[in-house]
Design a protein around this ligand. Structure first.
Ligand SMILES: NC(=O)c1ccc[n+]([C@@H]2O[C@H](COP(=O)([O-])OP(=O)(O)OC[C@H]3O[C@@H](n4cnc5c(N)ncnc54)[C@H](OP(=O)(O)O)[C@@H]3O)[C@@H](O)[C@H]2O)c1
Length: 276
């Protein structure tokens, strides 16, 4: 399994599991749980969830899926921006821990920047760390200016990742955000790596993948893996999870990456950070 190193020195798998919309349909529940557990078997041990997802339904389902296997998992959850001051953050974190039925989160992210001053959010994260409720913290949907603001604060350099929208069809972060993160050795965590499956219907991607005996999802993920980022595709189906996992076995060659640049152009200037 390809792994990336966090600023704290720990490593995490480059391919993880997203869980947005998981737990929403009771008829899918058994298969979704089996899929997450199959992912753990394969080494896809980074699981990303959030208090926001299905109003806690995603966290509850993840809790069921990892019951008895907590030690295998690098567990990531996120706090709403309106809960990002110390007292509200403690309450939000404790509720996430209860839904997940765990004692501690491995990584707790601010879901997106909001009204609460960043310094208070850092304080909140540090307090939760001291109490053992979270091991590490990071951010999500932070553009380069927000990252600079964070890094300029005391303790701000402890952010372990920035989770942002990044996929073959949405490459704006390559202009400024990704280089800035690389300079600080902070991994980018790519959400919606399949553009919520929209990418898989792009004709140029389908043709490129087919010509190489890959599926469109495998190509999209292999491309992200070549960018040295963490990708967290979501699927509720074990067969698709295995398909996605196989992207790790088919690294793209330099000429294939260059050809993909021709089909899905890298940015030619700064672009506002895209968000879902
Ligand atoms: N921080 C943020 O603001 C933020 C925002 C968005 C997402 N996220 C995180 O990132 C994760 C991934 O992003 P996402 O869920 O938005 O989108 P995504 O992973 O790009 O795409 C998920 C969609 O693709 C389908 N899919 C997965 N593998 C497939 C395959 N091999 N073939 C065909 N379809 C496939 C899934 O359907 P099935 O499930 O039916 O297979 C689902 O509809 C989320 O789950 C969440 O954890 C974070």
């Amino acid at each position: 399994m390809k792994r990336l190193t966090l600023p704290c020195g720990e490593t995490v798998p480059a391919l993880g599991q997203g869980t947005w919309n998981i737990g929403d349909d009771p008829r899918q529940r058994a298969e979704e749980i089996a899929t997450i557990r199959r992912g753990l078997d394969l080494g896809l041990t980074l699981i990303d969830t959030a208090e926001m997802y299905g109003d806690g339904r995603s966290e509850r389902l993840v809790g069921d899926a990892i019951a008895g296997r907590r030690h295998e998992v690098f567990l990531v959850s996120k706090v709403y921006p309106h809960n990002a001051a110390p007292r509200a953050m403690r309450r939000a974190c404790e509720a996430s821990l209860r839904r997940l039925r765990v004692d501690t989160l491995d990584l707790y992210l601010l879901h997106w920047p909001g009204e609460v001053p960043l310094a208070e959010t850092v304080e909140g994260f540090e307090a939760l760390q001291r109490e053992g409720k979270i091991r590490h913290w990071g951010v999500s949907n932070f553009d380069p200016q927000w990252m600079e603001d964070l890094w300029s604060l005391p303790g701000g350099e402890a952010a372990q990742v920035n989770q942002v929208l990044y996929n073959l069809g949405c490459r704006g972060v390559e202009w400024d955000l990704l280089p800035a993160l690389r300079e600080r050795h902070v991994p980018l965590m790519a959400y919606s790596p399949l553009d919520q499956a929209r990418l898989l219907r792009r004709r140029e991607l389908v043709a490129f993948a087919r010509a190489r005996g890959m599926t469109p999802a495998q190509l999209a993920l292999a491309w992200l893996l070549a960018q040295d980022v963490i990708a967290i595709p979501k699927t509720g189906h074990a067969q698709r999870l295995e398909e996605n996992f196989a992207a790790l076995q088919r690294p793209l060659a330099r000429d294939e990456l260059a050809e993909l640049d021709g089909l899905f152009a890298p940015p030619e200037g700064p672009t506002p950070l895209a968000m879902l």
